[in-house]
Design a protein around this ligand. Structure first.
Ligand SMILES: Cc1cc2nc3c(=O)[nH]c(=O)nc-3n(C[C@H](O)[C@H](O)[C@H](O)COP(=O)(O)O)c2cc1C
Length: 239
């Protein structure tokens, strides 16, 4: 028996499993499959154009009436910084030479777009039950619009300070994203990797620090990992 029903009640889902949004790897078919199975399917939109996101959302809404999550990045797009570029090129030069690579090759530009008014219009149109953010939250006006659309709002925290910050901004739930999390983690209050701990250490720390329900992410690969996270009740309720 699952010990805590808050996530199921909050999102209106049957099983407390949230499919990880993975930009570049997940489209409508996986979202539909997970939501139809009783979990929360998540559409990552950071790499999608407005038209692609609309197409995926139309497909999802046509194929399932169950709750879904749409996921967006809130990062600051990188600025050109010639001094920094010279620095890292100098530092890595020996490796370029060793591997026979051209150290003058241009830097690929990022196609990851942060959440903006146009994507927010899409949220207002398709009314996803949950909207999740990565790398913090959008500005207050955008966040208020998402809330007016009726969505529950979540974001990921990689340390206790980030979790407290997200709760203060009104998040309904927080993803505790441990060091093991694949691809990348959504650090946003610090760039210091020394603040980053593993999932099994992070989840109880965040559960103790916030009142909203916490979602564990990072290196959970089977039922034993799920059971380990589920046992992470707040210290107060253990007394
Ligand atoms: C390929 C890949 C892409 C990802 N893209 C996103 C994304 O677009 N948005 C997001 O919030 N998290 C993203 N993540 C993080 C996942 O949602 C999740 O937190 C993480 O994968 C959990 O760790 P695990 O892979 O060890 O299970 C991505 C992870 C991977 C592996």
């Amino acid at each position: 028996m699952w010990p805590d029903n808050r996530i199921r009640d909050l999102f209106g889902i049957e099983v407390p499993i949230i499919q990880a949004p993975m930009a570049g790897s997940v489209l409508s078919d996986m979202v539909v499959a997970v939501s139809e199975a009783g979990g929360l399917g998540s559409l990552p939109c950071a790499l999608l154009s407005l038209e692609q996101a609309r197409k995926e959302l139309e497909t999802i809404r046509r194929k399932t009436a169950r709750p879904i999550n749409t996921n967006f990045f809130c990062h600051q797009p990188p600025r050109d910084d010639p001094a920094r570029e010279v620095g890292w090129r100098r530092r890595l030069e020996a490796y370029y030479i060793e591997l026979g690579l051209d150290s003058k090759t241009g830097v690929p530009s990022s196609s990851r777009a942060p959440f903006d008014n146009k994507m927010c219009d899409l949220v207002m149109e398709f009314h996803p039950e949950v909207v999740s953010f990565h790398f913090g939250l959008p500005d207050k006006n955008l966040l208020a619009r998402v809330r007016r659309a009726g969505a529950k709002i979540i974001s990921s925290a990689t340390c206790v300070d980030e979790a407290r910050w997200l709760e203060d901004q009104g998040c309904d739930s927080i993803v505790a994203q441990g060091y093991e999390a694949g691809g990348h983690r959504g650090m946003f209050l610090t760039e210091d990797v020394a603040t980053q701990v593993g999932t099994m250490a992070l989840v109880p720390q965040i559960v103790d620090a916030v009142k909203v329900p916490v979602i564990a992410a990072g290196g959970i690969a089977d039922a034993r990992g799920i059971a380990a996270c589920a046992s992470s009740k707040s210290r107060a309720s253990l007394k």
